[in-house]
Design a protein around this ligand. Structure first.
Ligand code: C2E
Ligand code: MG
Ligand code: MG
Length: 649
């Protein structure tokens, strides 16, 4: 029968194209990429052995049966290996492994590998038995290649069909997790592979199956493997998503590796001074330098001016050598088109999985090093950073982001005692935030973070509005409560529209300004004297009372006390506590209270925890006391109960 081999030859061209592009782009040694490389090899070898078998068949008269057996056995081996590899590749490329449990993986492994090994034995036994018992095929010295018994031959076809069907069922079962375009490629794979295999099966002599295999591999290479998606176009190093994949893979399989980050400072300055093209040119040079010097490692560009090198199983020596190479190069200058520049770098060494157990943690460390000015021009070992603190900060940031939408903020009230009236006359509104497990996060932890991220502005508004709402529902004066204190943060005080915003909310709820006391810390006063003064003047003119919070804790400066329109000074709890452990601190506190009273302001002492403290502070002339001795900060409804008792007393 004449052989139509042109398709098989065309397939060779396709394979050559894939091989060319595959080795052009540096590929990551991940499981999926390794399997793909094996598939590429198997497809090519399947094609070559098939064409060799056809050629040898034509030259049968000059060739003994052994080479014919070998080449046919190899062909069948590669042919069936292709089937199982593609099934495994599909499982990995569409991340189906990650969705299976251990038992399912074992069942899959067994159902894929068992028939595979049975047929490997059948293929090579066909040669060993040499026609004494016919299995898959025989080589007749006269007539050459002969199809074997129907049972084994169609059994072999059925196994290939099983692998195709296996991929199909798995993909259908997980179709929701697979993007549409990728799903279409899988359908293309199934249709092409099955139709070319069937065409070859029923048209003896038409060698088209290897063409189908090559075509499918080509499409997978450009649409599923997507080598160009892994490259950073400007520096020609691997990009951020390649880095993510590489980190995830290495951590998942338990490899030990070092992620070395090179962060170039002042890229914005360079771009502004010399232009973005010039900056990119310098970064390309850095990328080239890194690739040339660390050819044994993978070089990634994480973002503009931030490179990462992954060093596998690197010992101290290797790391020191790497650092020396980097330091000595960056001590010199970089020259591009008449511009000579010194690039200042920060280096960070992350020993994985010891220092970080997930790609996200690695990214957090890199972000921290690149944004914190303390790390300029330094070499930082991640093990030296306080990661626990860092993780907590990240978690709090997360809670702050969704706290308002998920209703996890609340306002508590801490009663304030009047020493003259000997009863509760007010309360301080204090924000509370619960994390996702329902545990409270201390405001001392989240307020500074909220100030940095800007979330404090919305939180401030929330607190003010909550208090106004409560005041519009309960007539506190009926219970003898004259004032509610609300804290204003430094960031709020920096806002030119602060006074306007507060007045707007107050007018919506129609709350008399006289029952609200706004607390401002010394730090706020030190930061923005002009804007703050204007805000305070406006608020004071509108009738709000103002007090200076945490007096004595920060940049104590008498001028704030004298120049800003404060009515009350709240003495910081640490100053109060110190007075009860240290004689000199006691004298200083007594003098402070006296001084504040003499300039005509009222004094509140925070952190009163014992009856002795309350007595001493009362005797020293404090007007108001606040502390756990009277009550902790409590929810609104508990505060209402206390107010009722207060009225009865
Ligand atoms: P602060 O304004 O000085 O509030 C007093 C803090 O001292 C409260 O802590 C209160 O629970 C605590 N405290 C009062 N008496 C005692 C005591 O006897 N013993 C002890 N150990 N602590 C006592 P909290 O609620 O944790 O708030 C801490 C800080 O967070 C506040 O200090 C304030 O600066 C800030 N903060 C709280 N709520 C808000 C808010 O709504 N907005 C703004 N901007 N800051 C707030
Ligand atoms: Mg306060
Ligand atoms: Mg305070």
């Amino acid at each position: 029968m004449p052989q139509i081999y042109q398709y098989a030859v065309a397939a060779l061209f396709i394979e050559a194209v894939i091989i060319f592009f595959y080795f052009q782009k540096r590929s990551l040694p991940t499981f999926q990429n390794i399997i793909f490389l094996i598939i590429l090899t198997v497809v090519t070898m399947n094609n070559i052995t098939e064409l060799s078998a056809v050629y040898m068949e034509c030259e049968r008269s000059n060739i003994s049966v052994t080479p014919l057996y070998i080449v046919n056995c190899l062909y069948f081996t590669f042919n069936v290996t292709f089937g199982i590899l593609f099934a495994i590749y599909n499982l990995s490329a569409f991340d189906i492994y990650g969705k299976l449990n251990k038992r399912a993986i074992s069942i899959f492994k067994l159902s894929l590998l068992l028939p595979y090994f049975i047929f490997l034995v059948v293929i090579w036994l066909s040669w060993a038995l040499d026609g004494r018992y016919t299995l898959l095929f025989t080589i007749d010295p006269l007539n050459g290649y002969q199809r074997g018994s129907d049972l084994w031959f169609y059994g072999f076809c059925a196994i290939k069909a099983f692998y195709i069907l296996f991929s199909f069922i798995i993909i259908i079962a997980h179709r929701r997790h697979i993007p549409k375009t990728k799903r279409q490629i899988i359908y293309f794979f199934l249709v092409t592979i099955s139709s070319t295999a069937l065409l070859q099966l029923f048209n003896n002599g038409l060698l088209i199956e290897s063409f189908g295999m090559a075509l499918v591999t080509l499409v997978y290479f450009f649409f599923i493997q997507k080598p160009e998606e892994m490259m950073d176009a400007s520096t020609e190093t691997l990009n951020h998503s390649a880095l993510q994949r590489m980190l995830r893979y290495n951590l998942a399989v338990g490899h030990k590796f070092t992620c070395l980050t090179i962060y170039i400072d002042d890229t914005v300055f360079i771009a502004n001074t010399f232009g973005i093209l010039q900056l990119n040119a310098f970064l390309t040079d850095v990328g080239t330098f890194l690739k040339q010097n660390f050819s044994y490692a993978n070089v990634f560009s994480r973002q503009q001016g931030c490179f990462c090198i992954i060093l596998k199983d690197a010992d101290e020596d290797t790391i020191n050598k790497t650092l020396t190479i980097l330091n000595s190069r960056f001590q010199g200058t970089w020259i591009r088109e008449n511009v000579e520049l010194k690039l200042y770098i920060r280096l960070c060494i992350i020993d994985c999985p010891k220092d970080a157990e997930s790609p996200e943690e690695i990214m957090d460390i890199i972000n921290m090093i690149s944004t914190d000015e303390r790390y300029r021009q330094s070499v930082v070992f991640a093990s030296e950073i306080d990661l626990k603190y860092r993780r907590r900060t990240i978690y709090i940031e997360h809670c702050l982001r969704n706290g308002l939408t998920e209703n996890r903020f609340d306002v508590f009230y801490q009663p304030i005692w009047s020493t003259a009236e000997k009863k509760l006359i007010g309360a301080e509104a204090l924000i509370r935030l619960k994390d996702e497990q329902g545990h409270f996060i201390s405001p001392e932890d989240f307020i500074p973070i909220a100030e940095k991220t800007g979330a404090i502005l919305r939180i401030g508004e929330y607190v003010f509005e909550s208090v106004c709402l409560a005041l519009s529902q309960i007539n506190i004066e009926e219970y003898g409560i004259k004032k509610i204190d609300i804290n204003l943060s430094v960031a709020q005080c920096m806002q030119e529209i602060l006074a306007e915003q507060i007045l707007k909310i107050q007018s919506i709820y129609q709350i008399p300004t006289s029952i609200i006391n706004l607390e401002i810390t010394e730090t706020a006063a030190a930061h923005t004297p002009e804007i703050l003064l204007k805000n305070m003047q406006d608020l004071s003119d509108a009738g709000f009372e103002l007090s200076l919070d945490d007096y004595g804790s920060g940049y104590s400066n008498m001028s704030y006390m004298l120049n800003l329109p404060f009515k009350m000074i709240k003495i910081d709890k640490y100053i109060v506590w110190a007075a009860f452990t240290d004689k000199r601190a006691e004298k200083a506190l007594a003098a402070t209270i006296k001084m504040i009273k003499e300039i005509g302001m009222t004094v509140l002492a925070e952190g009163v925890e014992t009856p002795e403290q309350a007595e001493w502070l009362t005797a020293s002339g404090c007007d108001y006391l606040q502390g756990f001795y009277f009550s902790r900060p409590i929810p609104k409804k508990d505060f209402l109960d206390i107010m009722k008792q207060n009225k009865e007393n």
